[in-house]
Ligand binder design. Structure first.
Ligand code: NI
Length: 162
C-alpha cells in the first residue's frame, strides 16, 4: 500500500468513515484500508468490550495514517488472532510485546505512543495488512490454526459474522 500524500482532505475523512463503519458492522478490533480495497497506509483499531476478545484490555479508538512501528523489545509473545479477511478462523501468532508507533491522525496531527499487550498486538496485525501480510503467514505451529468453532466451541455463534 502507498503512503498518504496529503492529510486533512475530505477524501481521507470519508475513507475513515467507511473503515469505521465496516469495523463496527463486523465487530472487529481493527481494520486496514486495503481490506476495503483502498491501497493506502491507513489503519484503525480500538476495543471497548468486544465479545470476540473477552480477555483483552481496552484500547482507545485510534485512526493512524502512514504508521511506522519500532519494537521496544526483542521479546515476543504468542496470542490468538482472527481477521475479518480470513473469516471463521483463529491462529496463535507471535508478536512483539512492546513497541512504539508513530504516524498521523487524518487531520495531520502527529501520534506517538509506546504500547504493550493487546494494544501492541492489534497495531502489528493491522500494519501487516499494509504490506500484504495476513496473520496465518506468521503462525509458527500450524496445529495452532483452525476454525474458531472447533478451537473455541464455547465461543460458537459469537463471531459467526466475522
Ligand atoms: Ni486483519
Amino acid at each position: 500500500s502507498r503512503e498518504v500524500g496529503r492529510l486533512g482532505t475530505r477524501e481521507l475523512a470519508q475513507l475513515l468513515v467507511d473503515m469505521r463503519d465496516t469495523m463496527q458492522a463486523r465487530d472487529g478490533a481493527g481494520l486496514a484500508a486495503p481490506q476495503i480495497g483502498v491501497p493506502l497506509r491507513v489503519v484503525i483499531f480500538g476495543l471497548a468490550e468486544n465479545p470476540r476478545y473477552p480477555d483483552a484490555a481496552p484500547v482507545p479508538y485510534t485512526e493512524l495514517v502512514n504508521p511506522v512501528l519500532t519494537p521496544l523489545t526483542d521479546e515476543q509473545e504468542e496470542g490468538w488472532e482472527g481477521c475479518l479477511s480470513v473469516p471463521g478462523l483463529r491462529g496463535l501468532v507471535p508478536r512483539f510485546t512492546r513497541l512504539r508507533y508513530e504516524g498521523f491522525d487524518p487531520a495531520g496531527k502527529r501520534i506517538v505512543r509506546d504500547v504493550d499487550g493487546f494494544h501492541a498486538r492489534v497495531v502489528q496485525h493491522e500494519c501487516d495488512h499494509l504490506d500484504g501480510i495476513l496473520y496465518p503467514m506468521r503462525i509458527r505451529d500450524l496445529r495452532q490454526f483452525g476454525f474458531t468453532d472447533v478451537l473455541f466451541p464455547e465461543m460458537a455463534g459469537v463471531d459467526g459474522d466475522e
